[in-house]
Write a protein that binds this ligand. Sequence first.
Ligand SMILES: Nc1ncnc2c1ncn2[C@@H]1O[C@H](COP(=O)(O)OP(=O)(O)OP(=O)(O)O)[C@@H](O)[C@H]1O
Ligand SMILES: [Mg+2]
Length: 575
Amino acid sequence: MTNKEILLRLFEVLKPYKFKLIIAIFAMIFVAAFTGAQAYLVKDLLDKIFMEKNTNYLKAMPLVVLGVFFLKGVFYYVYSMLLEMVGQSVIRDFRTAIFNHIHKQSLSFFNDMPTGTLISRVISDVSLLQQAVSNALVKCVRDFFQVVILLGVVFFMNWRLAMITFIVLPLAAYPIVKFGRLFRKLSTATQEEVANVTNTLHETITGNRIVKAFTKEKYEGERFKKQVFGLFSLTMKDARYRCLQHPMMECIGGFAIALIIWFGGLEVINGTATPGTFFAFLTALIAAYEPIKGVTRINSTIQQGLAAAARVFSLLDVEPEIQDKKGASALKPFESSIEFRGLNYQYNDEAVVLKDINLTIPAGQALAIVGPSGGGKTTLTNLIPRFLDVKKGAILIDGTDIRDVTVESLRTQIAMVTQQTILFNDTIRNNIAYSDQNASAERINEAAKAAHILEFIEGLPQGFDTIIGEGGARLSGGQRQRISIARAILKDAPILILDEATSALDTESERAVQKALENLMKNRTTFVIAHRLSTIKNADRIVVVKAGRIVEEGTHNSLIALGGEYETLYNMQYK
Ligand SMILES: Nc1ncnc2c1ncn2[C@@H]1O[C@H](COP(=O)(O)OP(=O)(O)OP(=O)(O)O)[C@@H](O)[C@H]1O
Ligand SMILES: [Mg+2]
């Protein structure tokens, strides 16, 4: 992305705040004008009071000085508050936009984007961007006016001397441009490293049990140290240029002052300029140079902000792989059947994971999917709620291709218990009632009861209000699974997907939960994946998925009679 494109898009983002920005710009112009006036006052101070000893001026001058400083302060307050407000609003807007955008993405997006990278986009890139917007860009605008006004004063007072600025300005511009490119490059590298650091933090903190179990604290510590040291050396490189810029600019400024003392001094000695003009001129020039120096100080911030903006925009430009077609209608309440038609799926460009799946499940049926690990069972069920989209073939619900209806209407008709239990760090109540935050206590109770977790919850000192820790860390594996079953039960959707939903339960609770699930399955269409064949013996139909294909299909009895893959699996478990 070029700077121009980035700036255009930033302006787009700033549009809602244009009114505030315009007021801020006017306030900045006033501040700049009063700064110009301050310089101009020096001339009268010297010429009228010190040289002419004019008492009227003596009386008026302190009041004028007070007035100028006060008004400058007022306008300063106005613009800096407005800009702070706009900057913080931009942060807020960006963060919510990125959050919503991320959650529109399909599963494959998250497979490619590590959590830490996404977190650093939302937190650190957006802050960098804000600093650039509210400090840097703004300083540029204000300083631009200040420089223009002060240079106006300079030229008005003595245009010959003012020509010196034409020598100094290009000299000053050179390091700004040159270093700008370096800052930009460094910022990109720095943010990549920040993302790495965030990733390591995230993984090792959430995975701390494994780090401990394998006593890898030292190893992880070294890995983290390497990243932090990498970050350090990048930051130091940036600092080296940043710190070098200031003395360089000072020297260029000193050079300008030397020239002015020489030529200005000559003019005063020759009588073509008054001492007042000379000092006012010098004051104005020093004041004008200050913001130019300031640009170099914020140059690094600007470049970092632009690089961050480029990253944020490119994230926002990732089209969600799965989204509603134009004019997609809502899926009607599920009635008759779900059909997989000539379905194929592959992740990225890798080997085909599902091949030619043809299957029709009438409403109300319970379909069990069994087969060896890695066969494609989870992938198959992830296609139904469109977490992934089929690559070839189609899934039809009541004859309608699921890609033709809105994603939301499709997903509201599906309740799911995923293979990896995912719970939020919230109360048990809110976890169970995730599909409907307004669910009555009675419904929550019933769902918990059906999932055989009610007794446990009631035994807790805080009952349903117990906070379960990150990912349900304060619960046992089986308790977590039962809460996620209760959550699916409460959703009360016509299509139910259970991916190893009872794998963490002991035989007794599994049998009990199984019973509850059987009740639940009665008027629902269910996909049950299980390795323990006892859980699926009673399914209406069983398919065996192996290496992405359906290799056998039938009821428990017919498959045993067939004496194939299923029988082998069954014998292994029960003989
Ligand atoms: N995000 C992914 N990217 C690339 N390949 C993947 C991805 N997820 C799964 N796979 C591959 O797809 C194949 C099928 O995986 P899937 O999770 O559907 O198997 P499964 O039948 O559910 O296995 P299990 O019984 O172990 O849960 C596997 O070979 C796996 O390596
Ligand atoms: Mg699986």
